[in-house]
Ligand binder design. Structure first.
Ligand code: ARG
Length: 459
């Protein structure tokens, strides 16, 4: 098809150059945003008498027809077109004749593509937020069911202190809550309307940019036309929020992979979210969690690619910027796929409470509580810490644990030890007594659950 921009050149380009230049393979997904943007533009041109009212109506009807035909499958998007903006305009002109050629008055593809991308990301941000909410809800439900389930808490992947599984899960709920906030916040910066910036310098027509922005549901307009067409910081921010979310999902994935191993056996995933091996009959692999962890790398890649693509670009538009879309689309698609699989995977996860408890019972996980016992009886913490360290060392040498070491042996280290120490170092006491705000006690975990529930309701 002849190029819309035939004029200075004869518009006859090499097929290889056409293929290389074309973005329709990936920007066709913005057809709806492109058409809605054009409808608002036509309407503004009519309202400001830049074209006649009836021309505006004709354009709007024509655009609506194209939208309906694409959605019903009657109109196939021509994959040899240069991009979605050219395709829609060409189709419009094909249908309406000369009046179709008036649509691009007081507009450029530079502000048009910035508009479409912002509208697309705005919509996708809303669905990502909804999906993070769903996942957070699933995590919160599991946490509530296990707010008293004791497990070992780790630092350096060494048993550290007993915690509740609910507490551990709620840590992820808090991270996801911040992800929700991050996406909701960046949406404010996406939702700034660039249309009317035109190629870069604005226009001599008496347009009404605010009218167009309002029609399209934008809160603000870009106040500098060069910035309006040049910046893609909203794409970078979006990819950064996707990366952060993936980092959180990847950490949880890593834990699920560990927990489902024979060595841990803390949880079991449902058959529906695991795979077998083609050779080893005993296998039940956590492939979904592994894939989420693996896909995190590609989302980071999208972020770095965007930052790198932009860093050397002089103002204003450069064709390099066409590369922004594959990255943001890939980041969005990946995040959505991962969230979709994660929520039901968590829902169907069985918690093996006994195994968690057994793991917590070994490893001197209550040594801090033993030290605290002495502190509460008047010993300075550092001295108590030292004594308890020696007791642990002796226990290891003699094949004992804190619970089985006899009182007379305790007394050799300090006269402050009494029979009540066994109650104080029992795992249930260790957990139940950690009532500090944010701590691991069931009441504290319940408070965290209530907080997250409230936040999600109002988010
Ligand atoms: N397909 C192009 C993109 O995605 C549209 C903008 C083209 N503008 C231009 N001046 N060549 O960036």
């Amino acid at each position: 098809m002849a190029k819309m921009w035939t004029g200075r050149t004869d518009g006859v380009t090499d097929k290889i150059a056409d293929d290389f230049n074309s973005s329709i393979a990936f920007d066709s997904r913005m057809y709806k945003q492109d058409i809605l943007g054009s409808m608002a533009h036509a309407s503004m041109l009519g309202a400001k008498n830049i074209i006649t009212k009836s021309e505006a109506d004709t354009l709007i009807d024509g655009l609506e027809g194209i939208l309906n035909d694409i959605e019903s499958g009657k109109l196939k998007i021509d994959m040899t077109a240069e991009d979605i903006h050219m395709f829609v305009e060409q189709e419009l002109t094909l249908r309406l004749g000369d009046v179709g050629k008036k649509l691009h008055t007081a507009r450029s593809r530079n502000d048009q593509v910035a508009l479409d991308t912002r509208m697309y990301l705005r919509d996708i941000t809303d669905s990502i937020v909804e999906k993070i909410k769903l996942l957070t809800q699933e995590i919160t439900v599991k946490a509530e069911a296990h707010k008293s389930t004791i497990m070992p808490g780790y630092t350096h992947l060494q048993r550290a202190q007993p915690i509740t599984f609910g507490h551990h899960l709620m840590a992820y709920a808090m991270m996801l809550l911040r992800d929700i906030e991050r996406f909701s916040d960046l949406k404010k910066r996406i939702n700034v309307c660039p249309i009317g910036s035109c190629a870069l310098a604005g226009t001599t027509y008496s347009t009404d940019r605010r009218m167009e922005a309002k029609t399209l549901g934008f809160d603000e307009i870009a106040l500098n036309s060069i910035d309006g067409v040049s910046d893609r910081d909203f794409c970078v921010e979006f990819a950064a929020a996707c990366s952060m979310l993936m980092m959180h999902l990847s950490r949880l994935s890593e834990e699920i992979i560990l927990w489902t191993s024979w060595e841990f056996k803390f949880v079991e995933l449902s058959d529906a979210f695991t795979t077998g091996s083609s050779i080893m009959p005993q296998k039940k692999n956590s492939d979904m969690a592994e894939l989420v962890r693996g896909k995190t790398g590609r989302v980071y890649g999208d972020l770095i690619a965007l930052l790198t693509m932009l860093k050397g670009l002089p103002l204003a538009y450069n064709k390099d910027m066409q590369e922004d879309k594959e990255n943001v689309f890939d980041a969005a698609d990946t995040v959505i796929m991962c969230l979709d699989v994660f929520a039901p995977m968590i829902k169907g996860m069985t918690v093996l409470e006994k195994n968690m408890l057994t793991a917590a019972q070994k490893g001197f996980i209550n040594a801090t509580d033993l030290a605290d016992y002495l502190v509460k009886k008047g010993l300075p913490f550092r001295s108590a810490y030292k004594i308890c360290g020696q007791i642990v060392g002796d226990c290891i040498a003699n094949g004992k644990v804190l619970e089985t070491l006899e009182l007379e042996n305790y007394k050799k280290y300090s006269e402050l030890f009494d029979a009540d120490l066994y109650h104080e170092i029992s795992l249930i006491t260790c957990v139940n007594k950690r009532v500090s705000e944010g701590g691991t006690s069931p009441e504290s975990v319940q408070a965290q659950i209530d907080y997250v529930k409230g936040k999600i309701k109002n988010a």
